[in-house]
Design a protein around this ligand. Structure first.
Ligand code: UD1
Length: 354
């Protein structure tokens, strides 16, 4: 059985690594890793392959950054050749980035079965490009691997056949469970003992410059009581530079490799973010998470995890940051199937269908 994985952007790498390992090589399985090149900086891509123990991609389409239409189209054109050459038995796509939907579209036209890892998540917010990517990818996929029961329900509501839906749990947590013991040694030095860890990259937060300015000033206020540690995504770096914000006293740093970032999350007093994956990781770690969005496609992190939606409201962010500091560390609540074994369940389903 020839399985082809498609990855492109940073959050894909931690999802593909455990699935690739669980499928193994041998027992009649051959695997090919295709990187679209959507993310290309060393610290957004290569360093993740190294730390996650994944061999370098077999194919790199090198598409780079562009508008959504151009990037998606270039991935499709490059990937069509790869599929025609390799004729895989199954293509696995991950998450909700442009590389995910582009690959699923190519496969559906060439009638190659597609498995979507992290299927069924819905925010209900179609202004986010990721929501469109999720909706389309799930309609085109043959195997839908969901992380939680809400995913199954969303898919049923959209008419996806029951036999395609497989609730397997969260593969990103597989990687976290595996890497957590090693992360302490990679923690960046020179940090204060207590800090808020901040990340921002969603267009709704960083492309709206007046709002970004308000947010940065609110974070500078917070920094006076609780130091703010802020690894800056390339998109965000460009936007902050265009604001010419003067000397903001936040602790800015470059995007971090997987292990140092995991250590930063583990030891944070609070995380403030618009990332999807971090809502999940903080829930597993029991670290309070304030999400700078009005909605989430990961509602289980609100009900069972540590996530609170603070929207675009800096006063709410300030209050919630105070509350979580007063409350102290939380004992994490186990989320069903977020147990480090999701990829094994995926491999079992794929191999038993072979
Ligand atoms: C993409 C995903 C988003 C995911 C995020 C994780 C889509 C629609 N968005 O958003 O879902 O949460 O990745 O990071 O697929 N850039 C670099 N170096 C890189 C990559 C990007 O400098 O290695 C810069 C480019 O100027 C680019 C900008 O960052 O224009 C944004 O990159 P892009 O891949 O378009 O989207 P992300 O914001 O990273």
């Amino acid at each position: 059985m020839h399985i082809l994985h498609v990855v492109g952007a940073r959050p894909n790498f931690m999802k593909a690594a455990p699935v690739r390992a669980a499928l193994g090589d041998g027992q009649g399985v051959r695997q090919t890793m295709v990187h679209t090149g959507q993310h290309y900086d060393v610290n957004m891509s290569d360093v993740f392959f190294e730390q996650l123990g994944m061999p370098a991609p077999d194919v790199n389409l090198g598409v780079g950054s562009a508008t959504h239409a151009r990037q998606t189209a270039e991935i499709m054109m490059g990937f069509e050749h790869v599929v025609e050459e390799h004729r895989p038995d199954l293509v696995l796509v991950y998450g909700d980035v442009n590389s995910t939907v582009a690959a699923a579209l190519v496969c559906s036209k060439l009638q190659i079965p597609v498995g979507h890892v992290e299927a069924g998540l819905r925010s209900g917010d179609r202004s986010m490009p990721e929501e469109i990517n999720r909706l389309v990818t799930d309609q085109l996929s043959d195997l839908l691997f969901t992380p939680s029961a809400d995913g199954d329900e969303n898919l049923r509501r959209e008419g996806v056949a029951e036999k395609k839906i497989h609730r397997v749990g969260n593969v990103m947590i597989d990687t976290l469970v595996q890497m957590l013991p090693a992360c302490g040694a990679h923690k960046p030095s020179g940090l204060p003992p207590r800090y808020a860890l901040v990340t921002l990259h969603r267009p709704s937060n960083v492309d709206d410059l007046p709002w970004l300015r308000t947010l940065l000033l609110a974070l500078a206020d917070l920094h006076e009581n609780l130091p703010v540690v802020f690894p800056v995504h390339p998109r965000t770096r460009q936007r902050i530079a265009s604001l010419e914000p003067g000397a903001l006293s936040l602790h800015f740093m470059d995007p971090q490799p997987y292990l140092s970032f995991l250590a930063l999350q583990r030891d944070a007093s609070v995380v403030i973010t618009d990332s999807g994956g971090m809502q999940e990781e903080t829930s597993y770690l029991g670290v309070p998470c304030l999400t700078l969005r009005d909605n989430t496609e990961r509602p289980i992190t609100l009900t069972l995890g540590t996530n609170v939606l603070v929207g675009r409201d800096v006063e709410r962010m300030r209050k919630e940051a105070e509350l979580v500091q007063q409350a102290g560390p939380r004992t994490p609540q186990a989320i069903p199937l977020w147990d480090g074994h999701a990829a094994e369940r995926i491999a079992k389903i794929i191999l038993s269908a072979a």
